[in-house]
Design a protein around this ligand. Structure first.
Ligand code: FAD
Length: 435
């Protein structure tokens, strides 16, 4: 029988949330050997959004250790040596395959056993694969997904070997848009395929999407909408050569990148803990239904105080903030102190080419477009407000300055009354900046 490794605290998963949680533990006071982070990945926690952006640049690409947490939010970079110095055990390249939440026992694929007093689940998400839907030929070589640094390395390698080749991006979400841009910057011939009538349909309104689609078209990216990939052709080496579309067309391809969504990694805990809306249900302190077990980041379904409902958020800002909240709550509970409930304002951003947008709040109700969305403008600046029950609840802004972005965040938090949508449209961004 192997020995059991015991820690006061274990963070299961070594992604964004894990890194920010470690920093918060250290701020709150941590003794050596109290905390372990167990991660399937081979590297210390890093800012995952870099993988679909600067990591793919043809020149001056971001590489570790440049983007370890917590640089993404302007903090100090936690290099592997930092964890060592603080007595935090980074247990890397270690996949946990079995968990007993009641006894807080974790077993790795290599047969090691770990136990702790307090467990933080931070397993994040995994990509949805076309092989999950048994799409014909979807296991061909050079069909890529992007979640972990290993995936990004494989994609970078293929960009080198398929120089000036043809890339097909499947999916019109932010991963598809970011990777599509990166492939174009790498001089590949890029097509994007998605079934919806416009890109980013869960967030973009038609006038927002119209801008990005024209901008991409002007960059030479072919956009194929309203159809899906139903199969792949490959050559005698098993490498993908074409994408078969439902409408009968075939797109030639040397590289395919699939970005069709992600699902939270909760399978290890099924039946052991309460779930809601596809995630692990928590309270406003990220406590689950099991004592001393917390869940943060992509896997947590938590009370969204501002909208009085339960939500799961798959974005980096929430991964950071939920991790900090959980650690504060753990430390407070040990000393009998109270902290305030999580009160989150949703925030999400994306960058591609010279573009950069931010979104705050809730995209529900009526929407009002403002600004200049001519894709040929030298510095396009435009956005959208969302108004529900006479209150402004959401805002999107492309090309905003730091002050303007702060202003739209503030206005979404304050939720001012809007009586006249025409007036709001006329005022546009100044409605937010004057507040
Ligand atoms: P993750 O960062 O995914 O970390 C989970 C960790 O747990 C991983 O290291 C994983 O290997 C490990 N793990 C899982 N299961 C096990 C197991 N059984 N045993 C051991 N280890 C395990 N959000 C934005 O807001 N803006 C963006 O621009 C943006 N860009 C993104 C680009 C890409 C390519 C990706 C993939 C995501 C992007 N996101 C973005 C989303 C954001 O990165 C995630 O919301 C965030 O990383 C979630 O943090 P997390 O700690 O919950 O999970």
């Amino acid at each position: 029988l192997g020995t059991v490794k015991y820690f006061k605290y274990i963070i299961l998963g070594g992604g964004v949330a894990a890194g920010y949680a470690a920093r918060e533990f250290e701020r709150q006071g941590l003794k050596p050997a109290e905390l372990a982070i167990i991660s399937k990945e081979a590297v210390a926690p890093y800012e995952r959004p870099a993988l679909s952006k600067a990591y793919l640049n043809p020149k001056g690409a971001a590489r570790l250790p440049d983007f370890h947490v917590c640089v993404g939010s302007g903090g100090e970079r936690l290099l592997p040596g930092w964890y060592k110095e603080k007595g935090i055990q980074l247990i890397l390249s270690t996949e946990i395959v079995k968990v007993n939440l009641g006894s807080k026992t974790l077993i790795s694929a290599g047969g090691e056993t770990f136990k702790c007093q307090t467990l933080i689940i931070a397993t994040g998400s995994t990509v949805i694969r076309l092989t999950d839907f048994k799409v014909e030929g979807a296991d061909a070589k050079n069909i890529f997904y992007l979640r972990e640094i290993d995936d990004a390395d494989k994609l970078v390698e293929s960009i080198k070997t398929k120089k000036n080749g043809k890339a097909v991006i499947i999916g019109g979400g932010y991963i598809g848009l970011e990777v599509g841009a990166a492939m174009k910057i790498n001089n590949l011939d890029v097509s994007m395929v998605y079934p919806e009538p416009w890109c980013m349909p869960r967030l973009f309104t038609p006038p927002l999407a119209a801008f990005y689609e024209s901008y991409y078209a002007n960059k030479g990216i072919k956009i194929v909408k309203g159809t899906v990939a139903v199969g792949f052709n490959s050559n005698e080496n098993g490498e993908v050569t074409g994408v078969k579309l439902k409408d009968g067309r075939v797109l030639e391809a040397d590289i395919v990148v699939v970005g069709v969504g992600a699902r939270p990694l909760t399978a290890l805990f099924k039946g052991q803990v309460e779930e809601e809306k596809g995630g692990i249900k928590t309270d406003g302190f990220f406590k689950t239904s099991i004592p001393s077990v917390y869940a943060v980041g992509d896997v947590a379904t938590f009370p969204m105080k501002l909208y009085n409902d339960m939500r799961r958020v798959e974005h980096v800002d929430h991964a950071r903030k939920s991790a900090e909240q959980a650690v504060k709550a753990i430390k407070a509970s040990e000393t009998g102190k109270k902290i305030a409930e999580y009160d989150y304002l949703p925030y999400f951003y994306s960058r591609s080419f010279d573009l950069s947008w931010q979104f705050y709040g809730d995209n529900v109700g009526e929407h009002v477009f403002f600004g200049d969305n001519n894709p040929l403008s030298p510095k396009p600046k435009f956005g959208s407000f969302w108004i529900k029950n006479g209150k402004l609840v959401g805002a999107f802004l492309e090309g905003g300055s730091p002050e303007e972005n702060k202003a739209i965040a503030k206005v979404c938090r304050l939720q001012p009354t809007v009586d006249n949508l025409d007036q709001l449209k006329k005022e546009g961004l100044s409605f937010a900046t004057k507040m």
